[in-house]
Design a protein. Structure first.
Length: 178
């Protein structure tokens, strides 16, 4: 299926979209209103729930049931990603903004612990990215990809890199409520 190109609108600012492995699936920051929206918190709990069910069934040798459970989990997460992507693109349209997203190519090749590898491989960031891309293309919303390095430590308003403590960003000399 091909998606027709829609002429985009002029964007004055961009909404930042941070894709996460744990906690929330997407954190969206709007610099115009300085509001942060956290979406998809339930994804982590869905993965944990079905991981435990699959582990139990595999020990019992119920492999057909494991496959059914895996498919159910994928459908639930896919539905959630559709809803999240729709909210993100609609938010960009309402604010006459573009989207800035992390370019996460090659993230699965990084060395890490077993538990982090599991959360990384059960994370459907590429599916969410594709859904955001095609919905943005349909509505003419511009998407810009940025290097993911330091994006969680960088202030969305001033660009200062420091340590985050919740919503507060603290640098060696300055503390700003961002």
């Amino acid at each position: 299926m091909s998606i027709p190109d829609v002429e985009g609108y002029k964007t004055e600012n961009y909404i930042g979209v941070d894709l996460n492995t744990t906690g929330h699936s997407a954190v969206v920051g709007n610099p115009k209103t300085c509001k942060v929206f956290k979406m998809g918190k339930i994804a982590y709990h869905i993965h944990k729930k079905y991981e435990n069910i699959r582990r139990y069934l595999q020990k019992k040798g119920k492999y057909r049931k494991v496959k059914q459970i895996r498919n159910r989990e994928q459908r639930i997460v896919s539905d959630m990603n559709h809803k999240i992507s729709r909210k993100i693109v609609n938010m960009a349209m309402e604010n006459n903004s573009g989207l800035k997203m992390e370019d996460l190519k090659g993230i699965r090749n990084a060395k890490s612990t077993k538990s982090f590898r599991y959360s990384l491989n059960s994370w459907s960031f590429y599916q969410l990215r594709q859904m955001i891309e095609y919905k943005a293309k349909l509505l003419g919303v511009r998407i810009v990809y940025v290097d993911p390095e330091y994006t969680s430590q960088e202030c969305s308003r001033c660009g200062l890199i420091g340590n985050r403590n919740g919503k507060m960003l603290s640098a060696p000399t300055v503390v700003t409520p961002c």
